[in-house]
Design a protein around this ligand. Sequence first.
Ligand code: HPA
Length: 277
Amino acid sequence: MNAVYEKLEKCLKSVRDKVDFVPEIGLVLGSGLGDYGDHIQVEAVVDYKDIEGFPVSTAPGHKGRFLFGYVNEVPVVCMQGRVHYYEGYEMSDVVLPIRLMKMLGAQVLFLTNAAGGVKTGFHAGDLMLITDQNAAFMPSPLTGPNIDAFGVRFPDMSQIYDEDLQQIVRACASEMHIRLREGVYFQLKGPNYETPAEVNMVRTLGGDAVGMSTAVEAIAANHMGMKIVGISCISNMACGISPNPLSEEEVIEAGRSVSETFTELVTRTITCIHKSL
Ligand code: HPA
């Protein structure tokens, strides 16, 4: 059997030995956004370190656990902390948690992240609906033998971010009277932030925000047929646009500063997505 699939089955069994909760939506909380977990009516917590074979996240601002519970009666599994490629994991491990959430029952993947603003006019603290992505500089998480049980060898990526779910986010933002940015999320490997020349490249290639996660997760989820929605918290203007050097603390602080609006938008969106399924 395929080694990646075998590992996932082990992780699935390990989680299922602890909880029988079946989520409808898988929610990934990005840097500085983990406090959203306080708004979930938690039924069970599973630390990543207690899942056999699971890649344990080491990034600052990431707790490293699954929360199983309800957002307004909608069953969700929430990742407080994700696994990044720059931590040194194989790409198959980076997307393992995403695949696991699908195997646990999640039909929808709600991705959030902190990202650097690239598009002129964006500001730190903006929320950006992800409409498309560029992961061309990343190894594909689908490299290696195809796992036919998950999806086809050459999956279509013409609409990674589900158009109906995008409409739901727009409608929720409009009800809240908040300004929602939209744009293309561009993933680079990290962990170093970009040089001004790299930010120029991202802009030239059509990126509106730049980050170190999310796009490869979306590829793996799309391969498995999940419906995907994504929101970036623009935590800073990317290097070369802002005159100040960038720090991890700034990124995490920006997430905190926007947390009230972010919380309401995520909760409203989850509630509406549930009604639409
Ligand atoms: N670049 C890459 N990743 C990021 C940034 C950035 O400016 N801000 C938050 N995550």
